[in-house]
Design a binder for this molecule. Structure first.
Ligand code: HEC
Ligand code: HEC
Length: 358
């Protein structure tokens, strides 16, 4: 699996294989969403504005309503948890981790991924079980270890808040509060949390001084020796696909089968969605387990050729032979150069209790 011969074969074959959209002999993961098969590796780039589904156009009133719902703990069963509890703007739109603490201090089994730029995910969740932000937003409300509520109970609560009913009417033209409208408003807000500006983005737009020499070296390794951009590609720095990196399960007696939960495809056991690298420095720790404490730990994991030598280990998980300087350069690139400076992402403050609908 990890022999040098295999690596050479893979590297020679990789461009052809990736462009053709098949991994070796195996068919690609079956997917339910649009577009994945047509994507080949695309160069690292700026982010274009996110796609907006025709059924949920962006309006300023809807975005503001979604923002209030996002920060409102009244959506949870005991008024203690909001979306922002686990996707906190001040923590890179994630949380302190390693995994999230929901209602009654219960710990979940996976790391909270960032809501920033989640609008670019082809599929939502580490295992891709939700096809859109709208569908995703319905999950945590009734997840027993997250917000611990039921949709019926949450809708009753929101319907009893006249301020929300008025806003719902203004946005959706009806005073009847529905789960679809709650989810649509939250998704519209999430589509505004996108990063268009970072030193890397300025560099791509032509400012050759935007990166330090060390960060430029890091970018080169990201695209070259580290072959990071084989999976973290395009404006979003993600292929939207699922890979097994051999990440050790948090509880070895209960391994997380990842994408396999959704597809039941044997090749998907232990495969998780490629996260973006944008703003990664703001949201340690890393991976679906939250076990890797720093970006340097992450790079060292790749340098070793991934974690456990799992039968399903991705073919790209081979030792990289990075020098200490190359590791530092990669970390430097992912730290300052990939950290966004958009005020609407970096400086979002929770909506104060006093400004939530009454
Ligand atoms: C108790 C913590 C917690 C709460 C509360 C919570 N989330 Fe999450 N969120 C998570 C975790 C953990 C995951 C990953 C779960 C998985 O993949 O199985 C996740 C996944 C997501 C994703 C998918 C991102 C990606 O890259 O796949 C989005 C978007 C998201 N949450 C938005 C929300 C919204 C909107 C709310 C409020 C309605 C919310 N979350 C409430 C912890 C939480
Ligand atoms: C085979 C595809 C693949 C390659 C190659 C790859 N990655 Fe990843 N990357 C992933 C996947 C999948 C995850 C999540 C794995 C998990 O949690 O099980 C990930 C996670 C990460 C994370 C953590 C992000 C977060 O929010 O938790 C960082 C940082 C990262 N990769 C950087 C890199 C760098 C740097 C390289 C090159 C040295 C690289 N990746 C190569 C697929 C890949």
């Amino acid at each position: 699996m990890r022999s040098r011969w295999f690596l050479i074969t893979w590297l020679l074959a990789a461009p052809v294989i990736l462009v053709a959209g098949v991994q070796g002999e195996e068919p690609l993961t079956p997917i339910t969403s649009v577009g994945i098969h047509s994507l080949g590796p695309v160069p690292l780039d700026n982010l274009a504005p996110p796609a907006v589904p025709p059924g949920n156009p962006q309006t300023s009133d809807k975005i503001l309503l979604g923002k209030k719902l996002y920060f409102d703990t009244r959506l949870s069963r005991d008024n203690t948890i909001s979306c922002a509890t686990c996707h906190d703007p001040a923590k890179g739109w994630s949380d302190a981790g390693p995994t999230s603490k929901g209602i009654k201090d219960q710990l979940g089994g996976r790391r909270s991924p960032p809501v920033s730029n989640a609008a670019y995910n082809l599929l939502q969740f580490w295992d891709g079980r939700a096809p859109s932000l709208e569908e995703q937003a319905k999950g945590p409300i009734e997840n027993p270890v997250e917000m611990g509520n039921t949709h019926t109970e949450m809708l009753r609560t929101v319907s009893d808040i006249p301020g929300y009913v008025d806003e719902m009417e203004k946005v959706f033209g009806t005073r009847k509060v529905t789960i679809d409208h709650v989810a649509q408003a939250i998704a519209a807000f999430e589509r505004t949390v996108v990063t268009t500006d970072s030193p890397f983005d300025r560099f791509i737009r032509g400012d050759s001084e935007a990166l330090t020499p060390m960060e430029k070296r890091g970018l080169e390794i990201f695209n070259g020796k580290g072959h990071c951009s084989s999976c973290h590609w395009g404006g979003y720095f993600s292929d939207g696909r699922f890979h097994n990196l051999g990440i050790e399960p948090l509880d070895p007696s209960k391994p997380d089968s990842g994408r396999h939960n959704v597809t039941k495809h044997p090749k998907d056991v232990g495969a998780f969605k490629t996260p973006t690298v944008r703003d990664a420095a703001l949201r340690a720790p890393y991976m679906h387990t939250g076990r890797e404490g720093t970006l340097e730990d992450v790079v060292r994991l790749y340098d070793r050729g991934g974690g456990l030598d799992d039968a399903n280990l991705d073919a790209l998980m081979v030792p990289l032979g990075l020098s200490k300087d190359e590791i530092q350069a990669l970390v430097a690139f992912m730290t300052r150069a990939m950290t966004s400076t958009n005020p609407e992402v970096a400086n979002v403050k929770p909506v104060p209790q006093s400004e939530l609908p009454k």
